[in-house]
Design a protein around this ligand. Sequence first.
Ligand code: SAH
Length: 262
Amino acid sequence: MIYFIGAGPGDAELVTVKGARLLGSCDVVIYAGSLVNPDVLKYTKKGAEIHDSSRMNLEEIIEIMKKAHEMNKDVARLHTGDPCIYGAIREQMEKLDELGICYEVCPGVSSFTAAAAVLKKELTVPGVSQTVILTRMEGRTPVPGVESLKSLAVPGAAMAIFLSAGMIEKVAGKLLESYGPDTPAAVVYKATWPEQKVVEGTLKDIPDKAKQAGINKTAVILVGDFLGERYECSRLYHAEFSHGFRGAGKCCGKPELREETP
Ligand code: SAH
């Protein structure tokens, strides 16, 4: 069996309990060494065969999986964050399908949720943002046309931009075609690693701030009004609002629209 496992954003305590258990049960481990924190390898079993995939191509990775399978050994394939986000797992799974090798996917904490946690922000704040867009800027690999950053910049969405910290000027430039210059923006570098860095600002000043902080890779760029101060209280916990688990309480007035005065 091959287990695709989310290694989380960095902090080894952010691997799921299941992910750590699976890691400890596999004889062969292939980890994405360019991004996965090696600290996570402490969950591997003593004597496990460990491979860093950062210099391997798809065929080489599949070859290791195939050999392990032939020897009846389980393989842990460790991907940073959650494997389903820019993890390039589809092509690996298709090759395994062709070879008739079974696999499972164990999710992980993605770097965009880790970045929100670091900033202590809710991506879906009531009355402000109820949509989350995960995307990246076009680089050496193209992004299909309709998904250009400019067209994705819809009001009220929270945007998490991956793989683009080295092009932050271009990112901000594209978004400024749709959003105002004062739209809140933040960059979180190596979220949950000891060397984590956080930069906060607006679309106008975030490229300079990120550059000054020396950030040009391994960072998530977050953009949207969810980073600002204005929001509405959730109906979910409001006394007047009844739902399946809680009847309506005594009237305490309408949820307020909170706005911090500048
Ligand atoms: N599967 C991963 C994403 C892999 S793509 C996930 O779910 O997070 C690689 C990109 O993820 C990086 O360019 C960066 O944008 C982001 N990234 C990965 N780890 C990160 C971390 N600890 N902090 C901030 N961004 C990170």
